[in-house]
Write a protein that binds this ligand. Sequence first.
Ligand SMILES: Cc1cc2nc3c(=O)[nH]c(=O)nc-3n(C[C@H](O)[C@H](O)[C@H](O)COP(=O)(O)OP(=O)(O)OC[C@H]3O[C@@H](n4cnc5c(N)ncnc54)[C@H](O)[C@@H]3O)c2cc1C
Length: 394
Amino acid sequence: MDDGDHWEARARELAGRFAMRAARHDREGSFPFENFAELHEAGFLGLCVPARFGGAEATLTTFLRTQEALAAGDGSTALALNMHQLRFGPERESPTYPEHWFAELCRGAVEHGWLANTAATEEGLGSPAGGGTPATRATRTAEGWELDGRKTFTTMAPLLKYFIVMAQIPADDGGPPRLANFVVYRDDPGVAIEETWDSLGMRATGSHDLVLEAACIPADRFLNERRAGGPDARGAAGLAWFALGVAATTIGVATAARDYAVAFARERTPNDARTIREYPGVRTRIARIDLLLQRSRALVYDAARAWETQDPRGMPPLNRAAVAKVETLNACIEAVDLAMRVVGGVSLQRQRPIERYYRDVRAALHNPPLEDRALEMLARAALDEPVEPPRGVE
Ligand SMILES: Cc1cc2nc3c(=O)[nH]c(=O)nc-3n(C[C@H](O)[C@H](O)[C@H](O)COP(=O)(O)OP(=O)(O)OC[C@H]3O[C@@H](n4cnc5c(N)ncnc54)[C@H](O)[C@@H]3O)c2cc1C
């Protein structure tokens, strides 16, 4: 068994346990702390960490296989874990953090199960990939930095150790403010979590607000900086891993809906004594779901292979990743809609997991790259010369 098979098998085992807790966390909007304890115990928090820091240094493909398997058990846990893994895979390929900080994040993940994620999005800013300037400001003080602002969508806020906060800093030359990333801890003075996350889907991701009011941090918490709207210092790695990570997670959610619909169609026998799998409409829908899922997997793993080998033939690897993300999201939403139709009216009942899949499958539409930006990227590649480098994705 190669490493990928091993990690995928472990992810499937965990997914079975996560599935049993998923309904409760979804209903309560509570954070699945116990799932993350089990992920740590099984070594998943170090999956993408380089071997030199004790991690498994899994390939992009292996990471995607585990995301798909975990998401079939609980989409929220998998999407949240995705955000943690993205701190390591792209950074490993294209370093932008000071080496001692990367070492700290890696060892924290492997040895203690400490989670890391970015806090970039703000209500007024929208998606940071849009190139806007955050309202959150960092001001130099005698001891280091003072941060003021509010971040939305801070996934895993109940458990995060390392909040990687994007803030504007004044430019040394008096020009437009620059964007910088800082490490913030939950117990730094002036830091608070407001439990605002009450969403339609991915309800157990704990994506609350991070509030920074005169938050004081030492000078050495500075990670990196760039021009607002400027190219991502990691090159395309951040966007490629992000796009494919959320796509694989979404396939996992849609696969769970597919399996539920298939099992239901085999069993459900209304009063006329025919099992619904005999009806042509049901059969066509099941076949179409499999077609959509197979197409999605083919696109995602083709893009991953192209990225890993930097395949010079055909569409460039990053563009393939963008295509795979957009196509997967749309295909998986359609697949879950079809699964709902197979199951019929009872698919709307809150006690059935398919109702949760219907809500969860939509969430990654709003993760990078957003569809319009992905299409614009493809159009630029076809129509413009020279092609712009990808913007920062936090
Ligand atoms: C479940 C979940 C977890 C998340 N976790 C995190 C996290 O941990 N950390 C974090 O920082 N963020 C996180 N996010 C936030 C996410 O990355 C986006 O920033 C967020 O969803 C805001 O997107 P928006 O669609 O509101 O953005 P907006 O930029 O306001 O866009 C709104 C709409 O306008 C369109 N649009 C905007 N600008 C352009 C443009 N220039 N060209 C074309 N179309 C445009 C968009 O396509 C979209 O349809 C999370 C989001 C979700 C759903």
